[in-house]
Design a protein around this ligand. Structure first.
Ligand code: NAD
Length: 253
């Protein structure tokens, strides 16, 4: 890590030491070191298709088999991935600060596997499915960790309709309870936006809300993003490297 990043992170440590309420928003970048590719980075394409063209209701209605084949590929990849040091630091921070909130756009479940609890899962879970027909016999959504499924597309055990991944696709609305909880959590002393391109709304709004309410705002990302000039400090490095440095700084107090 460059000394320039160290200096910036040392300042973040000072703010974290004095913070009672800390909130973190994560995106695909935090799982990149676990081998789960981001949507917009290299490895994002699947059989020449862009994720933005697959993760939509339109794509699913057009060709549910193809969309499910893509999900099966990702479920396989994620089932073999392990949480990395960045996920572990965030799981630990639950007991480091008086109030710690974790908001994630990720659907991979790696935060939970690292030990994070009570997080705000904005975009659902790749391990949950729901009946496309909303049949009254099946639950609203249920966990199915089959990799691979017996058949594709998988069917609802109650009515035989196709099931869909219980994730929020591009163009779909988020659960308002999660949005409310995320805005509430964004009223904090320090807000960190980690490994997200900050392009997908409303997730990109939380950091702005936090700053307008007086939070010290930080971005940890490999590259510059649309919020890099907006936040108080932007550090360009791997998420797990920066998080481990911050955690070591906090332990030195
Ligand atoms: P994105 O793909 O748009 O952007 C990822 C960001 O992570 C980029 O800004 C990139 O510079 C950064 N990055 C890449 N490697 C990094 C690293 N090692 N350390 C720090 N930063 C790194 O992802 P997003 O902003 O989360 O996009 C939103 C959508 O993508 C969400 O809907 C989310 O559900 C979905 N998604 C989730 C997963 C997952 O669950 N792991 C993976 C891919 C996409």
């Amino acid at each position: 890590m460059r000394s320039e990043s160290h200096k910036l992170l040392d300042t973040v440590v000072l703010y974290l030491r004095n913070a009672a309420r800390v909130t973190v928003l994560t995106g695909a970048g935090i799982s990149a070191e676990s081998g789960v590719s981001t949507f917009r980075g290299s490895g994002g394409l699947w059989r020449d298709s862009r994720p933005e063209d697959l993760a939509t209701t339109h794509a699913f209605m057009n060709d549910s088999l193809r969309v499910w084949q893509w999900y099966e590929y990702r479920r396989e990849l994620i089932s073999q991935a392990k949480p990395n040091a960045g996920h572990r630091v965030l799981a630990k921070w639950k007991t480091t600060f008086q109030t710690f909130s974790l908001i994630t756009q990720n659907v991979d479940g790696l935060h939970e596997r690292a030990g994070s609890r009570d997080l705000i899962p904005l975009h659902g879970s790749i391990w949950k499915v729901r009946c496309l027909n909303n049949c009254i016999k099946s639950p609203a959504s249920w966990t199915d960790k089959s990799v691979p499924f017996n058949r594709l597309p998988p069917l609802c055990p109650d009515c035989g309709s196709i099931v869909r991944p219980d994730v929020v696709w591009f163009g779909e609305s988020l659960d308002y309870k999660n949005i409310e909880a995320a805005f509430e959590a964004s009223r904090c002393d320090v807000f960190l936006s980690i490994g997200t391109s900050a392009l997908v709304r409303p997730a990109s709004e939380f950091v702005k809300y936090a700053k307008s309410n007086g939070s010290f705002t930080v971005e940890l990302n490999l590259e510059r993003t649309t919020i890099s000039d907006y936040v108080d400090i932007s550090v360009h490095d791997k998420a797990h490297t920066s998080l481990c440095y911050l955690d070591e700084g906090l332990m030195r107090k």
